[in-house]
Structure formats: C-alpha cells, structure tokens
Write a protein that binds this ligand. Structure first.
Ligand SMILES: [Zn+2]
Ligand SMILES: [Zn+2]
Length: 688
C-alpha cells in the first residue's frame, strides 16, 4: 500500500477556527411519537393520543399565524422532525433531573426540588443554599426504587430551548400559583424573526404547552424575515453596509426608523440603511410641512382655539367636512389594523391620509388661511386643520411616538382646554370622531378625485401648464352623480373644487360625452366578409363617408345593413380644440382653446407665483408687507395692468409699481411669451 496526501473538507469551530473532532456520543431525546402514513384528518383519537407530534399539530391549528404560511411551516417541521434531542455535553446549564440506576437500569426523573430532597440518600447538605445547578446538584444521590442502589444524576445539561419553551409556565408560577397563571395564560401575542424559529423557540413553546395542557401557549404569532443592508446583502463591517443602532437612531431619528419597520411587509427582508431612511423621512416631511404651515399661519393670524369663533362642522365648507370625515375613518381603520396585529396596514392608512391632507385638503384650502379670505371660511379653515392635526397626532401616537407628541405639545398643551399632558395619555379618538363620518361625501370626493386625475392627465398631454386658465371642462359621471344621494349645493361645492384645482373657469356636468367626441366606425372586414359578401363595398363606402347610424346596443347601421358591436370598432376622437379622458365611468373633456384673455390671465398667475417665490427667497414673514416692481415691455405690461391689484392682494403688497426696482430690492426673473420680465420687491418700511 502507499500513503498519499488528499485535500478534503474538515470541520472547524465557526467562532475560533480550531479544528474539531467528531465523536459518537449518547444523548437524551423526547419521543415525538409515530408518524402515520395517512392524512391527518383520517387519524383516530387513539392515534393522536399516542403521538406527541399530532397533538402539537392540533395546537398549531388553533393559533393565528402571521404571515399565514407560518402555520404550514410549523406543521411541516412537525411532520419531518425526528425525536427531540434535549441534552448537551456542557457544564453550565439546566441540570437534567434524570437518574438512571447503573445496577438495574431503572430510570427515575425528579419532578422538583422537594421530590429530590425526599429521595436524597446523600449529599443534600451540599445543595442546600444553592440553585439546582452543577456542581452542587451532583453531590445529591437518590436510592433506586427497584434495587436500592445509590443513583447519580446524568452529567448532561439541557438544551437551552427547554428553558425558552417553559417560560409561559415557569415565569407565570404555574405550579406555585395556578390562579395567577390562569389569569395571564396564554399570551395574546409573540413575535420573533422566523428564520430558524419554527424548529426552535416557536416549537419548544408549543411542545411544552401541548405536553402540560394541550393548549396554545399564545394566540397570535407574528414571524418576520430578517434585516439586510440596503444593498440587499447581509450586514457586515467588512461589506461596508453595517449600520449600528445607536448611530442610526441619532442620524435618521427613531420615528423615521419606526416608520420604516411599520411599513415593512413582515415576510420580506427589510433593507436597512440611510438611503431607505431618507425615503421614509420624505413621507413624514409631508406631514411636518402641513404642521409647519398651520403653526406659521396661526401665529401670523393670532389664531387661538380658545377664543376663535368656529362655525359648526355642518356649516363648514365641504373640504373641511371631508377631511374630518376622513380623519374619523382613519381612527377606526388604524384601530382595526392594530388590533389585528397588522401595523403595515395601519401605516399604509396613515401614509394615505397624510398625502390626502397635504395634496388635497391643504392644497385646496390654502387661500382660506390668508387674510384676504372670507371670515367664516377663514375661521373654519383654522379650526378644521387644527382639529385634523390634533386627531391625527393621537392616531399616529402608537407608530410615531415622538413626532405625535411634538404635535400634541405644540397644538394642544396649554392651548386647548382640558388637554392631556401627553398625547400618550389621550383616549383612542374613534368613538369621539364617529359623528364626523359622512360616507356619501367621501364617496363623492373619491369620484371627484378621479376626475381631477383625468384633468391633470389631459393638461399634461396637451402640454398646458396648470397656471394657464382654461375656459371650460365637461364632466360626465357614472350614474350622473358624484355619489348616490349627493346633489344640490354640496355637489356644486365639490364640482367647484374641480374647477379650482384644474384652473378651469366653468365646469359643466353632462350626461355622456357623445356630443363632445367625433365618432368614426371601422367595420371589421375579416369578421363581416363571409356574412355580407357582395354588400361589403357599399358598407365600406358608407363607413368612409361617415354615413352611419349608431345603435344603443353598440352596433351600427351602414348602407341599410345592421352590424353588431363585435363586428365593428368605434373610434372616438375629441372634437377639435378639446381633449377627452375616461376612467371607471368618469369622463372629462377639456376645452384646450386658449384665448388671449385666458393667456394673459395665465401670465398674471405666473407673475404672482414669481413674486411669492421671491418673497420666500428673501426670507420675508407672511405678515410682512411689501412693495413690488414689474419691469417688462410696454405691450405685456399694458395687458397685465388689470390684474396687478389682485396680485398685490395675493402677495400682501401695498403697491405694485410698473418699472425697474430700485437698488437694494430683491430681484427675480421670468419669461412671458419668450420675453424677459424682471420682478423686484422689498419690505415696506413699517413707518410708511
Ligand atoms: Zn472555538
Ligand atoms: Zn436499580
């Protein structure tokens, strides 16, 4: 024979790298019982009672698993697992209370310290004053019940999952105080990252509870995937994607971090890092900006909820009633999601609400916060937004405890009568807010928002910016109404919002769009050819000549021949000067003709926007009065002249001069009809 060198794999300690030796040893197991070769539902009670694994499965069935696949994974583990190995060859750990007699083979298992003391024949004094761990426990010997020989404990200690699994009993004093245990058992909820736990923690809890009680140790379990770096790789210092918790909390903020987790689908790995945190922060900034807007305007207006007049909610504009109704719905929805252990659904509802609050409620209400607004509308706007933010803070509190507390402190404490010291001491607001609910109004607004989307799409496709006013919009609604019983003044008010948002002077409700589109019919030759034969040339000629009768069932009549809906294609093209869009029964048609009057009004809006931007860039407060200048060629100035008074009012300007701004004024520039326009402004001297 001969000796050769072979390269081969060899086991090493994963922690320190020391080469390991495999050694065959005896271990202790808990029998999981037989695995039957038949479906579970066909098993007899005797079969189940004879096999622990099936008893555990019955307990597993009674638990709510989130995500749902956890149920099947646990069952799969129970079907495939071997007997449960519970011993370990270590010194420290749970001392297994197993006493096998070497003389006759009888095995005794001690049920507790008292039983051990009663059966001890030597060494008890060594254990006195110590917990039941090595080395003291091993001084105690018992007498074999069969042959009387002294018996020592086995040297092994227990697998740590034994300790973990018995917690619902050991920490709840199952043996010493059953009434106390009964009060708390089972747990409502447990949660842990699921990789590995179906065969460790979850399993050991289930096994212990099944053996002792045949009852679920917990009602609901939320298992979640793991955390990776934002590059999708496991976090490691060497990969450069490791984020330490303390540093992350400091840099991204703990509420931003909570928001990332709350929004996460639990079964997906979370990709954690500063870029993903920035995305989460951007959503919260939307809320922060609404809050900052409110605080700025309330301070500027000297608004105070304790002495401000606020119209009854039923008297407020439709937008106010809508956002309060949405807030009430949010409180109910978030409650239901949290009670169902679905924080992701709660976070999604909160995110949607924040978006609606900012991009619809506040966007359409901004003007009502200005000094120029009509007093009742002004008062309604402040009272409503204040209320909406306060209630939102309460609903946000479980998910964003710090941001919500800040809102509460600023908006409520010391300002609202009987305000609680902390948002976390307030009651959940759903009952209180329930009277705000108005399902019909919400449904109508949802329909209206579909029309808004269509209108925005049409403007975009036509290349007409939103600041350019348009003369007319036609709106057709499913069933002829925004919502079932929504009509009259409330419906008119809603439709008015559409005109404001899309910057259209007039919105006209129509039954359908047939009067506003040019329809053409295209007979489908391969379909009608075999049926019509020699009639084809006449039918095609009538179609080309547009000599067509449209039938209510979607078919047409051409040259005296009736074609069904599936024999033709009907092409609808908007009439010249219009654009049309459909979605779920809502049809929007806009008049794209821009008259000179509309054009110059658009210019006025551009000019107003430029002055507002300049005010902001110059760091002026909302209350600061300004003097403004507009420098442009004579022709444009003359056409803009009729609009300057309203621009002055909207920009809080005492005066808008025509001509170049003096030295020291802030300056900005825009272009109208391809020609430069220079705007300038400065704060009025308070002495003026
Ligand atoms: Zn090692
Ligand atoms: Zn014996």
């Amino acid at each position: 024979y001969r000796l050769d060198q072979y390269r081969h794999r060899y086991p090493h300690c994963w922690r320190c790298g020391t080469p390991l030796v495999f050694r065959l040893v005896d271990e202790w197991y808990i029998s999981m019982g037989p695995l039957y070769d038949q479906p579970r539902e066909q098993l007899t009670r005797e079969q189940v009672d004879a096999s622990l694994r099936y008893q555990i499965m019955e307990v597993v069935d009674r638990i709510r698993w989130i995500p749902g696949f956890g149920h099947e994974r646990e069952l799969d583990w129970l079907r495939t697992m071997q007997d449960w190995m519970i011993s370990k060859k270590r010194y420290w750990g749970l001392a297994l209370p197993i006493y096998p007699c070497e003389a006759c083979g009888t095995v005794a298992v001690m049920g507790g310290r008292e039983e051990l003391r009663a059966r001890a024949v030597e060494g008890w004094e060594g254990l006195e004053g110590h917990t039941a761990h090595r080395p003291h426990i091993d001084e105690v010997k018992i007498a074999c019940r069969v042959c009387g020989a002294p018996v020592s404990r086995i040297a092994d200690v227990g697998n740590p999952w034994l300790d973990a699994g018995i917690v619902p009993f050991s920490t709840l004093h199952y043996r010493e105080d059953p009434a106390y245990w009964q009060k708390w058992f089972p747990a409502d909820f447990i949660t842990e990252s699921f990789p590995g736990q179906f065969r460790n923690w979850f399993y050991s809890l289930l096994a212990m509870s099944t053996v002792l009680r045949r009852e679920p140790p917990f009602r609901t379990i939320l298992g979640y995937a793991t955390l990776f770096g934002e590059d999708g790789r496991p976090m490691h210092k060497s990969s450069g994607n490791l984020v330490e918790f303390d540093e992350a909390a400091e840099r991204m903020g703990v509420d931003v971090m909570r928001w990332m987790y709350a929004k996460q689908r639990p079964e997906d790995n979370i990709l954690f890092g500063y870029h993903t945190a920035d995305e989460a922060r951007r959503e919260l900034l939307v809320l922060w900006n609404v809050f900052a807007f409110f605080v700025t305007y309330a301070r500027s207006a000297g608004w105070d909820p304790s002495d401000a007049f606020a119209p009854a909610i039923s008297e407020r504009p439709v937008l106010d009633r809508w956002i309060l109704s949405r807030t009430a719905g949010l409180a109910a929805e978030v409650r239901a999601s949290l009670e169902a252990f679905e924080p992701r659904l709660a976070a999604a509802a909160l995110a949607r609400h924040i978006d609606e609050l900012s991009t619809w409620y506040l966007r359409r209400s901004r003007r009502r916060f200005s000094r120029a607004a009509e007093p009742a509308e002004h008062a309604s706007a402040f009272a409503t937004l204040h209320d909406a933010l306060l209630q939102l803070a309460r609903v946000l509190a479980p998910v964003l405890p710090f941001l919500s507390e800040h809102l509460h402190q600023v908006l409520a404490v010391g300002i609202v009568d009987a305000a609680r010291d902390s948002v976390h001491l307030t009651r959940w607001p759903d009952q209180e807010l329930a009277p705000y609910r108005d399902a019909t109004l919400e449904e109508g607004m949802a329909t209206l928002l579909r029309a808004v989307e269509l209108g925005r799409t049409l403007r975009g496709q036509a290349g007409i910016r939103v600041r350019q006013p348009l003369a007319r919009l036609w709106l057709a609604l499913p069933g002829g109404a925004l919502a079932g019983s929504l009509n009259g003044a409330r419906a008119d008010e809603l439709v008015g919002l559409l005109g404001d948002e899309l910057n259209v002077r007039e919105v006209e409700l129509i039954g359908d769009e047939s009067g506003l589109v040019k329809r053409r019919v295209k007979p489908l030759l391969p379909v009608i050819g075999p049926r019509l034969g020699h009639q084809i040339p006449a039918v095609m000629a009538a179609a080309r000549a547009d000599e067509v009768e449209y039938l209510p069932d979607g078919g047409v009549r051409l040259a005296g021949v009736t074609l069904s809906a599936d024999e033709v294609e009907i092409l609808a093209t908007p009439l010249p000067g219009t654009a049309v869009a459909h979605h779920q029964g809502v049809v929007v048609v806009i008049d794209t003709t821009i008259t000179d009057e509309l054009l110059i009004e658009g210019h006025a809006r551009e000019l107003q926007r430029a002055l507002q931007d300049l005010r902001r860039d110059a760091g002026l407060a909302i209350a600061d009065r300004i003097e403004a200048w507009v420098e442009a060629d004579e022709a444009i100035l003359a056409r803009l002249d009729p609009y300057l008074a309203s621009i002055a009012q909207e920009t809080n300007a005492a005066l808008v001069h025509q001509g170049p701004a003096p030295a020291g004024a802030a300056r900005g520039r825009l272009e109208l009809e391809g020609r430069p326009v220079i705007v300038g402004l400065r704060r009025c001297d308070p002495l003026d």
